[in-house]
Design a protein around this ligand. Structure first.
Ligand code: PAP
Length: 316
């Protein structure tokens, strides 16, 4: 166990509901499931992180297109990203995870009170925690929150591929897809339930659209230029010229990032995951190649029930 975290955190872990998921333990705190390795950091960040008005937070449930935005947001915010100086593009040497550090998986993972004083404005962060679990100053300061979500069927398929790749790369047996699917439908998965996660941010984004920008992966794929312009305006960095829009999209494209050496050979130093597993097909409707009609119907029913009356929906 990490030193520096209050003993009460570890006592609490022992008292929380627990389920085994993909070979490890998840704990349920206030209705959401968390990996034991991240929960102390999540709780420390919630208590100790202080937001600045200039901060930008990228938030998401897992596997909804976060890595795309982890590349796009720093590219928009960083002056180098807006010039034609491709040689100094930070993405050449850094996986997008390194450009938008995670509160729980990086900054607070080893230390409940990290010194962030050397980070300059605008500070860029990401987190997978649900809305209610965000540090209070993130919710109440003027910092911006960008949320991305995706059709739950494609999210599930992406999640299964990612974790299945990780465990099989370590020589373990594949993760049975049926088992993963049943857990997902019950909301038992890391940072789940997916639908409650989406609803939390969706409701806030309706109340405070100037504070939270709610994006969908499908819209990004369908009309990336329009979505990029909307995002850039929201962040106060409008992209005026067509060529700037094209450059940002090219720099952050899956095809480009997937083939960069850093992403083919690198390993996430905080989580130990191969960077290559963050880049796969990146298509809309890949669930059709992976799940049965019966599974589709079941997950669509869960989605319809959960999102009923919310105004949220995903194509069937
Ligand atoms: P994370 O939650 O662990 O950060 P996240 O990036 O949200 O993962 O999800 C990975 C998905 O985004 C993958 O989808 P797939 O499994 O359906 O293929 C991955 O391919 C896709 N992805 C990663 N980078 C990009 C990108 N630059 N453009 C479009 N899609 C991307």
């Amino acid at each position: 166990m990490e030193s520096g975290f209050p003993a009460a955190v570890f006592t609490l872990l022992g008292e929380l509901p627990k389920e085994t998921w993909c070979g490890s333990d998840l704990y349920n705190l206030e209705g959401f499931w968390y990996a034991s390795s991240l929960l102390p950091a999540i709780m420390a960040a919630r208590s100790n992180f202080r937001a600045n008005d200039c901060d930008v937070f990228l938030t998401s449930s897992m596997k909804t297109g976060t890595t795309w935005l982890k590349a796009i947001i720093p590219t928009i915010m960083n002056p180098v990203g807006r010039t034609n100086d491709d040689g100094h593009d930070p993405l050449l040497k850094h996986h997008p995870n390194e450009l938008m550090p995670s509160l729980e998986a990086q900054l607070f993972k080893e230390n409940p009170n990290p010194d962030l004083s050397d980070m300059s404005c605008p500070r860029l962060f990401r987190t997978h925690v649900p809305y209610h679990m965000l540090p209070e100053t993130v919710k109440n300061s003027a910092c911006k929150i960008v949320y991305i979500t995706r059709d739950p069927k494609d999210t599930f398929v992406s999640l299964w591929h990612f974790f299945n790749s990780l465990i099989t790369a370590e020589g373990n047996d594949p993760w049975p897809m049926n088992e993963a699917f049943e857990s997902f439908c019950r909301g038992v998965h890391v940072f789940g339930p997916f639908h409650d996660h989406v609803l939390g941010y969706w409701k806030e984004s309706i109340k405070r659209p100037e504070k939270i920008l709610f994006l969908r992966y499908e819209d990004m794929k369908k009309d990336p230029k329009e979505q990029l312009r909307k995002l850039a305006c929201f962040l106060g960095k409008p992209l005026e010229k067509e060529e700037e829009v094209d450059r940002v999209l090219w720099r952050c494209s899956l095809e480009r990032l997937k083939h960069l050496e850093v992403n083919q050979r690198g390993v996430d130093p905080w989580l130990g995951f191969d960077y290559k597993f963050y880049f796969r097909r990146g298509s809309v409707g890949d669930w059709k190649n992976n799940i049965t009609d019966e599974m589709k119907e079941k997950l669509n029913r869960v989605t319809a029930t959960k999102f009923e009356a919310s105004g949220l929906g995903f194509g069937h």
